[in-house]
Ligand binder design. Sequence first.
Ligand code: 3PG
Length: 203
Amino acid sequence: MRDIETIMRTAPVIPVLVVHDVATAIPMAEALVAGGLPVLEVTLRTDCALEVIREMRQVDGAIVGAGTVSSTADLDKALDAGSEFIVSPGLTDTLGQAAIANDVPFLPGIANAGDIMRGMELGLAHFKFFPAMANGGVPALKALTGPFGNARFCPTGGIKPDNAQDWLALDQVLCVGGSWIVPGGAFDASVVQANAEAAAKIG
Ligand code: 3PG
């Protein structure tokens, strides 16, 4: 199994996916992998999300994880669907301990120093800075990297093609996450692949 640092270093951008139609799962994953973004975060925000994870796992080269995992029940379902990594919007001791006990790569959300310290007490060093722009943007994360030099981050929330580079310029930022790669509305594989190709070149 890949560790979370390896997953974060695979590509500069992790597409955050909200998939409403399971029929689009495989062509979507194929377009993203072809575009150079193989790490896929399928958020558990739609009824078909677990089925989407199962489908995307069949795509060669895809590294498929579950996002919006906010309870141990979500974690169990995500693992059962074959998730290769787990992203959470936040961090609780219960969820952190369960993820560690399952030995699954885990990227919990943090928003402040206390959150990072709670993660470090659990033995974690890789965090999603969320919601990145609303939390103060690059200056806020830069300030947090001072006391926590060993922590590594994936900022997510409000990140777009025109600001992703500013985040990736921070040494402790290994990748960013964002939903812009797969826009809402009707799925168009050529648009998704083009967005992925552009995003894969950032950084
Ligand atoms: C997430 O869950 O990481 C965010 O909802 C993604 O944020 P974005 O839609 O602003 O990219």
